[in-house]
Every structure is written in structure tokens, then in C-alpha cells.
Write a protein that binds this ligand. Structure first.
Ligand SMILES: C[S@@+](CC[C@H](N)C(=O)[O-])C[C@H]1O[C@@H](n2cnc3c(N)ncnc32)[C@H](O)[C@@H]1O
Length: 315
């Protein structure tokens, strides 16, 4: 696990899953969100100038009274809210399609604060396994029990290190490796060292009977080509220590690896996925005059990603 202060950013997603309304930083100590929920249960569309995200550890995002003329910060947060919304919807659709096709168990690797077990409708006897660090799952348990939230499926949490022997803990929680599974690795892989990513894929493959499904996202291009400078710039822009959280090691091509093991693979760039949902991840300031600056001004505000879906064959 990368060292450094434990840090989380909680994002609340709109009903159609395509925008993030607001976000809160947490230090992963159980506590109630500062703003709570609105009385009518509907979240108001939060404007950037009123985002309440100023004082969490490692987060220096826009806060009350922030200077929203800071184009770079605004671009970063607009992009983040759109990108995470689109990503959420993509994985919602992956899982709902699998359930619609008769799959009855899902494993969310690096589930974090994923609330799909609560948010979405599942068929009877659908099993949902959420694997993450025990501390993250405990934080989530405390927040959800504070809201009296009830899952709409058979939900099991599995506190385990995804670099280690997590399949044993997954089996102990009731996972059935003879049944088709819908796997999700959302926003996870860049946080794992290359070797751990590879081992994780091998395990997913080994635990997947024919016609299981997998969805994941990966960073487009390499992170390791510039001695870590890309991640350092991202950390500086976002105020989040991404260079300590993510691993910049070179990785084998996931699509090729799965393809050589009889998985049918489809890869789609994030902006194309966004376009499917009628969303644009492009720079909202592109029509304005560019401020004079260095090459890094031309970088997208966050790391570009590619979404991969795959279906296992009998190999
Ligand atoms: C960026 S978050 C994504 C969370 C969630 N999938 C989402 O998209 O909202 C990455 C998650 O991976 C988890 N994670 C990273 N490394 C891990 C490891 N070695 N073992 C278990 N979980 C890990 C983190 O705790 C975190 O919850």
C-alpha cells in the first residue's frame, strides 16, 4: 500500500449517474458528512463556488469563497465531476447487463465507497462481494449504518489486501468459483504495483468460468516514461498526493493478456464512453484564449483512461 496519510474523497453521483454533484474529503475516520442530506432526499445541484471540500488532509480543492476564476482548478473539478459520473454509469451498466443476462454474483475489487448494492435494483439472490482494505470498509460501514441504508441484494464485504491472498477471503465470504461472475476493477489498477496487477488478473482469470465478465479501466499510455513527472504534476494540480498513491511502473497490455486466454475484449477510450451518454469530457475552456504557459498546460486535467470489458471463453 502506498504510504502517507489515509485519504479519501467521497463523491455523490446524480440519479442517472452522469454527473457528480459534490464531494467531501475524509480522513477515513468514521464520521458523518458535514452537510448531511437534504430533508427531501434530493441532492441540490451544487455549484463549484459552494463546494465544501477545502480542509481535508492532502486536499486543497475549491472551498467556500474559492477563486473560481482559477481556470486550472475549475477545469480539474469540472472534468472530475463529469468523468467520475460517466465512469459510474459505465460500471452500473456493466453490472446490470450481467444481472439481466443471468449472472448472480459480482465482485467489486477495490470497491471503496461503491454503493451499487444499495443504489441499484438487483434480481433475487444476487450476491455482491466488495473487496477493499478493512479500514475503508469500516469507514463505509459506519457512514451507511448512520443512514440506515439497506442493501438490495446479498451484500458481503471482504477486507483484504488485493496484493495478497484475497481469493481465500473471498471464498470464505461465500464466493462460488463455479458460478459465472461479473468482476469490476473500477479506478483500481493504477494503485497497484505492476506485479500485483498481473497477479490479480491471473486470479480473476482462474476464478472465472466460461461467460464470466470483467470490466476495468486503465491509464491510457504509460505513467513511467517521464521519471514520475506526470504524476507529480497531477499531484500539484489536484492537491492530492497522486505520486504517493499510484504506481508508475510499466505494465503488460491487459487486453492482449486476456485475449491470449480466450477472453473476448473490447476497449473504449473514456471520451467515447462519455459520448455514448451524451457527455463531453473535453476542455470547457477550449474556446477561450489559451493562457501563455508551458507544455504541461496542454495536458488533460486528470489522467486519460481506457475502459475495458471482457467476456471469458473456455480457455
Ligand atoms: C480510487 S479508489 C476507487 C474506489 C471505487 N472502485 C470507485 O471507483 O469509487 C481505489 C480503491 O482501491 C483500494 N485499494 C487500493 N489498493 C488496494 C489494495 N492493495 N488492497 C485492497 N484495496 C486496495 C483503495 O482502498 C480504494 O478504495
Amino acid at each position: 500500500m502506498p504510504s502517507g496519510p489515509p485519504l479519501g474523497v467521497v463523491l455523490l453521483v446524480t440519479e442517472d449517474g452522469c454527473e457528480v454533484l459534490t464531494s467531501y474529503p475524509y480522513d477515513l475516520q468514521p464520521r458523518t458528512p458535514r452537510s448531511g442530506g437534504p430533508a427531501d432526499g434530493k441532492w441540490p445541484m451544487t455549484t463549484l463556488s459552494s463546494w465544501d471540500v477545502a480542509d481535508g488532509p492532502g486536499v486543497t480543492a475549491l472551498g467556500p469563497g474559492a477563486d473560481v476564476s482559477d481556470q486550472e482548478a475549475l477545469h480539474l473539478h469540472l472534468h472530475g465531476s463529469r468523468y467520475i459520473g460517466v465512469r459510474t454509469r459505465f460500471y452500473d451498466d456493466h453490472l446490470l447487463a450481467a444481472a439481466g443476462d443471468g449472472i448472480r454474483q459480482a465482485v467489486i475489487l477495490g470497491a471503496g465507497l461503491d454503493t451499487r448494492a444499495y443504489r441499484l435494483e438487483w434480481p433475487p439472490r444476487f450476491h455482491f462481494y466488495e473487496v477493499d482494505q478493512p479500514g475503508v470498509l469500516e469507514f463505509k460501514r459506519a457512514v451507511l449504518s448512520g443512514c440506515s441504508a439497506e442493501p438490495r441484494c446479498e451484500r458481503r464485504t471482504v477486507g483484504a489486501d488485493l496484493r495478497g491472498e484475497w481469493p481465500a477471503a473471498l471464498h470464505e465470504a461465500g464466493f462460488d468459483s463455479e458460478s459465472r461472475t461479473a468482476w469490476v476493477a473500477e479506478g483500481l489498477l493504477a494503485y497497484l504495483p505492476a506485479e500485483a496487477q498481473q497477479r490479480l488478473l491471473e486470479r480473476v482469470h482462474g476464478l472465472s468460468p466460461t461467460a464470466s465478465r470483467l470490466a476495468l479501466d486503465r491509464i491510457a499510455g504509460e505513467l513511467d516514461g517521464d521519471g514520475g513527472a506526470r504524476l507529480q504534476r497531477l499531484s500539484a494540480r489536484s492537491g492530492i498526493e497522486m505520486d504517493r498513491l499510484m504506481s508508475a511502473e510499466a505494465r503488460a497490455d491487459i487486453g492482449d493478456w486476456l485475449g491470449s486466454r480466450s477472453w473476448t475484449v473490447e476497449e473504449v477510450a473514456a471520451d467515447a464512453v462519455a459520448a455514448r451518454y451524451g457527455r463531453d469530457l473535453g476542455d470547457p475552456f477550449r474556446d477561450r484564449a489559451e493562457p501563455a504557459g508551458s507544455a504541461q498546460d496542454a495536458e488533460p486535467p486528470w489522467l486519460d483512461t481506457v475502459f475495458l470489458t471482457a467476456r471469458s471463453g473456455d480457455g
